[in-house]
Design a protein around this ligand. Structure first.
Ligand code: CTP
Length: 407
């Protein structure tokens, strides 16, 4: 008997929906299909009208071993598998090449052909392999669209530097099929968080003054949402407890909406036990000692005095719990001065395991912005992370959490 040891690829049995846009590098997508199929993945191709100018439907379907989907309004296609079903019946959507035009439509939320409709209708993760002329990639519009897509939780592989088909040199070449495969494998291979229960607090809290007024802060919820999205993408069971926020997570998370610090504290307590607690919320430190039942009226020459009472410190309470304390607790420190020193003090006083310190001075623009520059601290380490998208901070933090739980 001839026994051959063959390592089973993480791609075996995975369903990839591959959208081929209209760019010269579409020819590399044929190689991508071949490699994916060889690894045991099934590839359902969508070819855009522009894509058909570069590769033929016949070559795509021959390599994929499946029919090519091309139009949105095709009676037979809709009867067999409608575009909504098509968007859901995959483990990952790969767009390669992702042209400047496709990226712009995605960033704007347009749905005017099969590819863009599927992308807008999906809750499946999306991976882009951008490819375009160097100037198009550098154009402020594409920079904006790229940043929007990253913020939306979409991952990009490439583009790379190199000679371009148009004769220019620079950044814009589509990543090689081997690089795209590696990025796809990475997504499927890290399942260390599967089944881990993780509680995340996010957003701000509102503390009522009277029926129309409240005390609030500038937190948008973007960093907490990025962390929850990343955790969910990696298979964690996420309980996302959010105060009022402009940004919410994507993917499968259990969302609990609260308004005040006390409501958040109760929701956190109910959500325990969990493996990990991540406390990103900008919780109001104080509430009004007594909230007026009716609107406080203005009286000339008289300014109301608001008496405040301290709110429960949720992070500290959970960190000091004897029973049901999560194995790993991550706090955030919002500072405007002496960041490192204050954050280290918070780490000790609150009793959490890690603190992510960030500078929230208004000139830095962290609160409400898409980027963050943080210092990671544990009892033994201090790491200065460069300024990056909040989604990238989330990826790096979640990597670290997965590694810590593995130990
Ligand atoms: N936190 C909390 N409950 C509170 C206040 C803060 O759970 N009542 C958490 C935050 O979610 C964050 C950490 O504690 O993870 C630090 O919050 P931060 O606002 O930076 O500090 P404070 O503890 O409020 O202290 P200070 O306002 O004096 O900086």
């Amino acid at each position: 008997m001839n026994v051959r040891w063959q390592q089973v690829s993480v791609l075996a049995g995975k369903r990839i929906l591959l959208i081929i846009g209209g760019g010269i590098s579409a020819y590399k997508s044929l190689e991508l299909i071949r490699r994916l199929s060889e690894s045991g993945a099934s590839v359902t191709p969508i070819l855009t009208y522009a894509g058909e100018e570069f590769v033929t439907p016949l070559s795509v379907s021959a390599l994929a071993g499946q029919k090519v989907h091309r139009t949105l309004f095709h009676y037979d296609d809709e009867v067999e598998m409608g575009h909504i079903q098509l968007s859901r019946a995959s483990d990952l959507i790969v767009v390669a090449p992702a042209t400047a035009d496709l990226m712009a439509k995605m960033a704007a939320g347009m749905a005017n052909d099969l590819a863009t409709t599927v992308i807008l209708a999906t809750d499946t993760p999306v991976l882009l392999a951008p490819a375009m002329n160097v100037r198009m990639w550098a154009h402020p519009a594409t920079r904006r669209n790229h940043a929007t897509l990253i913020d939306d939780g979409i991952e990009c592989v490439g583009p790379n530097d190199g000679d371009m088909a148009c004769g220019e040199y620079g950044c814009g070449r589509m990543a090689e099929p081997t690089e795209i495969i590696a990025a796809i494998e990475r997504r499927f291979s890290d399942r260390r968080l599967t089944g881990r229960r993780i509680v995340v607090t996010s957003g701000s809290t509102h503390e009522s003054i009277d029926p129309v007024r409240y005390i609030a802060n500038r937190s948008s919820g973007a960093q907490g949402s990025a962390i929850a999205t990343e955790l969910a993408r990696r298979g964690a069971d996420v309980v996302f407890i959010t105060g009022p926020a402009a940004v919410l997570p994507q993917g499968k998370v259990e969302r609990i909406e609260v308004e005040t610090a006390r409501e958040m504290a109760i929701a956190v307590d109910r959500a325990l036990p969990s493996d990990v607690g991540i406390f990103v919320a900008a919780v109001a430190d104080w509430r009004l000692t007594s909230v007026a039942n009716s609107k406080i009226k203005k009286h000339a020459g008289q300014v109301p005095v608001l008496e405040l009472t301290e709110n429960p410190d949720i992070l500290k309470t959970v960190s000091r719990k004897e029973k049901d304390r999560p194995r790993l607790i991550v706090g955030f420190a919002a500072e405007t001065a002496n960041i490192e020193m204050n954050a280290r003090k918070k780490l000790e006083q609150k009793g959490c395991d890690w603190i992510i310190a960030n500078d929230v001075s208004s000139e830095v623009g962290v609160m409400g912005g898409s980027r963050n520059k943080v210092i990671f601290m544990s009892s033994t380490e201090t790491e200065y992370w460069p300024c990056m998208e909040k989604t990238a901070v989330a990826r790096r933090l979640v990597d670290r959490i997965a590694t810590a739980l593995d130990d």
